[in-house]
Design a protein around this ligand. Structure first.
Ligand code: ZN
Length: 91
């Protein structure tokens, strides 16, 4: 590695292409945003569970994941998925 991942994440949206890569990198959390305005939940996604269900080679981009998931509370489709750096100070 050796590259500042925060910078890369912002500069290049496709740094991680698959669920498996996200898990191995272990530096990111995925959050899904419910598309139902009345619900409006933000759900953090369990990458390990996702990999079990869809396979580690499944794409981790929003366009790959949105059709596969729905809000656990209201069952609406998610409108967006965001990838954010996990914790680690200074950000
Ligand atoms: Zn919802």
């Amino acid at each position: 590695m050796g590259i500042c991942s925060h910078f890369v994440l912002m500069a290049n949206h496709s740094i991680t292409d698959t669920i498996g890569e996200l898990i191995d990198d272990n530096g990111y959390t995925l959050t899904a945003h419910c598309g139902n305005k009345k619900c409006g939940r933000h759900v953090s996604i369990d990458l390990a569970k996702l990999a079990e269900k869809l396979g580690r080679d499944h794409g981790a981009m929003a366009k790959d994941l949105l059709p596969k998931m729905h809000c656990t509370v209201c069952k609406s489709r998610f409108s967006a998925i965001s990838l954010s750096p996990k914790n680690t100070g200074g950000f």
